[in-house]
Design a protein around this ligand. Structure first.
Ligand code: DQA
Length: 142
């Protein structure tokens, strides 16, 4: 029981290049390399998709894996639109931590609403890429 899955949603494949003033200049691949090295005793896996259904399928898969300690989910803009993602999180057993790189509460009004927060164990928002590491720490402390 030592697996943690990080799931990134739409447009997060462009981290490092996408709106660097908001999301920073580091790619997820570079960040993942450092993160994996920091936690040698945990199997940290990474999945990214721009497609809502793929995110749901991946949640279902990890959600009943007894080796999975938790899921770190940055659903990107689907956070603010997807009842289906909220339902998927409510349907699984593995704890999910919602993550955002930016502070979604300090941005446009539309980003203040999340369809997934109430289904998640907790929310981490606004710490740059470090939000992912904080979510891992939160899962390890559960
Ligand atoms: C985001 C915030 C969302 O509002 C946005 O649509 C994203 C990224 C973040 O990590 O700050 O794609 O989830």
């Amino acid at each position: 029981m030592n697996r943690i899955l990080i799931i990134n949603g739409p447009n997060l494949n462009l981290l490092g290049r996408r709106e660097p003033d908001i999301y920073g200049k580091i790619s997820m691949n570079d960040y993942m390399e450092a993160l994996v090295a920091d936690y040698p005793s945990i199997e940290i896996e990474y999945f990214q998709s721009n497609h809502e259904g793929d995110l749901i399928d991946t949640l279902h898969e990890a959600g009943f894996d007894e080796n999975c300690l938790g899921i770190v989910l940055n659903a990107g803009a689907y956070t603010h639109t997807s009842l289906a993602l909220g339902d998927a999180i409510r349907s699984i057993e593995t704890p999910v931590v919602e993550v955002h790189i930016s502070n979604v509460f300090s941005r446009e009004e539309v980003r203040r609403h999340s369809f997934i927060s109430d289904a998640c164990k907790g929310v981490i928002s606004g710490f740059g890429l470090d939000s992912y590491r904080l979510a891992i720490e939160a899962i390890l402390a559960l």
